[in-house]
Design a protein around this ligand. Structure first.
Ligand code: COA
Length: 123
């Protein structure tokens, strides 16, 4: 339980890391900007899954070099892989692969980093 934070991270004082009953794992060089909310619990689980017991610990992961834009919400259990960028105001309800730019609600991938050209390309 709790929050683990790697090296060289910037976490705004206005960001919210809600680790009640869960765990948030943050890698190195991660930037979490003002108003962003990272959740690792969800009280709706018991209402929606009456026959299944609550998972013991929900883990939310932000891998190395992830950027979370202003007022984005990362829902409990999501894994954002390395070097991905979450746009301002996005609601991240699913795992995000590495090297992507994600925006909106519902979230969508709008760009991917091309390792060969070393450019971000629209998808
Ligand atoms: C997501 C982001 C990184 C994309 O930047 P970009 O690659 O330069 O994006 P573009 O300007 O090329 O926009 C591409 C499309 O995505 C849309 N878009 C960009 N950011 C968006 C956002 N946050 N939410 C919804 N749509 C967004 C654009 O309107 C555009 O749509 P279109 O193709 O229909 O015209 C950027 O817009 C963003 O949100 N940055 C975070 C800002 C922030 O929170 N800063 C904190 C202080 S440092």
């Amino acid at each position: 339980m709790g929050v683990e934070i790697g090296n060289n991270c910037f976490i705004s004082v206005g960001a919210w890391l809600d680790h009640r009953r869960g765990q948030i794992l943050i890698g190195n060089n991660v930037n979490i900007t003002n108003g962003a909310k990272i959740l690792s619990h969800d009280a709706t689980f018991g209402r929606l899954n009456k026959k299944t017991s609550m998972p013991k610990t929900i883990i939310t992961r932000l891998d190395n070099d992830v950027f979370i834009g202003m007022n984005a919400i990362v829902l409990a259990g999501v894994h954002i892989h390395e070097n991905s960028i979450i746009g301002a105001g996005a609601v991240v309800s699913k795992d995000v692969p590495s090297n992507c730019v994600v925006v909106g609600n519902p979230m969508k991938i709008i760009k991917k980093y091309n390792m060969n050209t070393e450019e971000w390309e629209a998808v």
